[in-house]
Design a binder for this molecule. Sequence first.
Ligand code: 9PG
Length: 474
Amino acid sequence: MPERFLPISPADLRVLVSGYQSWSEAELRSLTDRQSVPLMPWRHQQGHDPAFLPSGEAGVWRSHTLIALIRPDGGGWVGCALDAASTFTHWEARAGGDGVRVTCTLEGPPVDVAWEETPDVIGSVERLSAELGRRMNARTPAPLRVWCSWYSYYRNVTLEAVLENARLARELDLPFDVFQVDDGFQADLGDWLEPSAHFGGHVQELPARLSELGFTPGLWLAPFLAAPTSRLFRDHPDWMLRGEDGRPLPVGYNWGGPYFALDTTRPEVLAWLRDLARTVRGWGFPYLKLDFLFGAALPGVRHDPGVGRARAYRNALAALREGAGPDAFLLGCGAPLAASTGLVDAMRTGPDVAPFWEEESRRLWLGDATGPGARNAVQTSLSRWYQHAWYQPDPDVMIARRELSLLGHTERHTLLGLLETVGGLRASSDPLGRLDREGLALLRASLNVSTPDRPRTLTRSFGGAVTHFTRGTF
Ligand code: 9PG
């Protein structure tokens, strides 16, 4: 279905779009509004698909994998790719004077794409999304309750801080399944096996001690990236994704500088990824948070130009799955969404939560709603509710603490209510020793895992919230 024309007034339609990767915007908006495109070019690679950016014109909406156009009576049209293993499916809805033109373009080999008119858009979205999940052998294990070090310790995390929280969780009888160490334990981006100077030990020491306390050990990796200062980059400059000029291509900016991505069409890179996952699994980490995964799907010059971006990505993720083992729990993050189905167990479906509601200037003036904040996280995950058929959604952590947070009472409770709506993983980063009675009660409430079939019913009753959770109206 390369192109369809709908003879209906654009003013009567809303559009549901799902951005490319975890952090990209997903929203339900009036078709005549303008989809924002980040002003800063370096945000294009890190939050969007640089090969299919929002156009920035009013009345033009771009979406990956799935798009829906919704009439006021709840009926409308839904388009959905039914497979995403080797192909990215790009949708565009363009309002014109006499109707709406919908186009679908494929990046990769031909793939089945559904397009239907329906009296019940929500029902059709759920059904087509489930069909994609079935065809790609989605893994949707029971959701876990995770303590993650990121949203309070950030890169200053230490071995002792993780253990202290784990001991407290046991003492307070908090029902966490997993204790997961995030970014900060490693010597450099790419040098995962050496410890950072401040961590106070080797991350290898943690599994035995966490298991003793009854928790499953979890570890963060950004396995497709390398810092220019890393040993990985120094030893293997030829393993990097390249630009047209033949030099390693800087693909983003974080950790105080630019970073590079691995070229996963090289067999030796796939072997290295397999070994990495096998090694950390061998250390005793069956739960892995695999971050910045978009790194393997960026446009650039690859060793094997015959392998498309979606395939290069999928092969890289499959290598990690092979190394970690079929029973490892893999959480994707910063990842192309549908293309991960069947290889990950859970997926971050929005940008990072933060201990504040939102950075309005970044969203409104810089056109970038991929930044951290409770509002962006909630809106995006909520607008992707149907993806529970592809993996366990991870709407990111609850922030229950009052100290070290700017979230007010209503915002904390809104966060809780909306996380419950999305279902999936339940997580916290709160320093447990700093929670007061109210914070502890809120944390306990948030660890109540909701089942994957709940979002549907809840989203119907939260329809108003989804609709009004839009720029300027909330
Ligand atoms: C660790 C963090 C945490 C967090 C992840 C991810 O677009 N960006 O520049 C961008 C940077 C970092 C980021 C998200 C987006 O956070 O989502 O949970 O693991 O990395 O560095």
